[in-house]
Write a protein that binds this ligand. Sequence first.
Ligand code: HAM
Length: 422
Amino acid sequence: MSQRISGVKGMNDLLPPDIEVWHFLEARARETFRRFGYQEVRTPVLEDTALFVRSVGEETDIVGKEMYTFEDRAGRSLSMRPENTAPAVRAYIEHAVHVREAVTRWYYLGPMFRYERMKTGRYRQFWQMGGEAYGSAEPAQDAELIDLGLQLIHGLDLPGVRLELNSLGDENCRPAYLASLTAYLRAHQSELCAECQARLERNPLRVLDCKNPKCQAVVAGAPAVTDALCRPCQAHFEAVRHKLDAIHAPYTVNPRMVRGLDYYTRTAFEFIADAPALGTATAVGGGGRYDRLVQELGGPSVPAVGWAMGMDRLCLLLAESGKREEAKPELFVAAADAAAQDEAFRLVSELRRSGHAVDFDPRGGSLKSQMKRADKSGARFALVLGERELASGDGELKPLAGGESVRIRLDTLGAALAARLR
Ligand code: HAM
């Protein structure tokens, strides 16, 4: 036997029947984005490495340790996207979308790549769905996106997901906050992990994000960013909260939440689910405002805000609650002999052409084995074709979950099925 080749570590195959959970999630997501007026974009999986270095930030774990980066055959440094906010901004600028419309609302679904330590809910290829809105600096835009996230989670019928909210300030008030944070952290330098001791000077906000318990103990006493906001940032934060209160959106303010990406200004938020199915990977989504990113990537000065959710994690929660979009046939057609097999094949093709989900066993075989397969398929009805049915043009539509069979004319089978499935 030849040697078996395994899939890449941390990258999952999504197979039936589990894929039905994904279909459920994707259908609900698309429907929710449509209701909110967000349109789908699809950007390439590969981007210029510089895009992520300049947006997500050189000092972040994502760029520093987790990117799949390589040189292509022409010697360009490319990276597999670890997230989709920067690629969407790149496309927004490249296609001069701001010239066409003042406000743009986009969404995406797709695989992202981060070379992370794997555990439940944390993979190296994972899926995100996200929404991004460009062109509005108003708090109503932040609140709309949060409402979109909450309505999506509600539509998935996932209780127990909470929203944490923060404001990270802007270029006016953040420098002073960073200075006081740095001073505090310097005073506790020896209590920090080696990595945070180094981070402290280069990017002190990242220390707030460190998962090391020693660092977290120091962070607990650190100055809160919400106490250091300038007046306009404070007013913005209050207005976002006011809008969320008006729609009864529940949230808690967490002044230590900084997110793991550098591009945020003002509003930042996370959707957290403390469910056993997720282990410690409790963040099902996160996002915030990034008013400077479009300009920093060479575009016009256009404010923006967005979020992304981890689809793998949402699917773990959905699988627990039994939610899925089932793909079961309406009818299974079995054939008693070779002559009936030809007719069954023709009938199945015709029913499928007119829109019905119909199955049969291409291997033929005994009626007993075909009926076993019919049961396994989960079909609502079965129909057996044999000599008698071919001669009379009639057949018995048998409900597989039990109940009386009904005689029908084979040439009205489509209508008979439709009437019974209604
Ligand atoms: P993020 O917090 O890095 O934000 O990722 C968003 C979500 O993706 C996380 O909350 C988590 O559910 C999921 N996720 C991240 N890494 C993994 C992984 N290794 N395995 C499974 N799921 C994972 C962003 O990516 C930003 N681009 C969000 C955003 C959009 N901000 C503004 N617009």
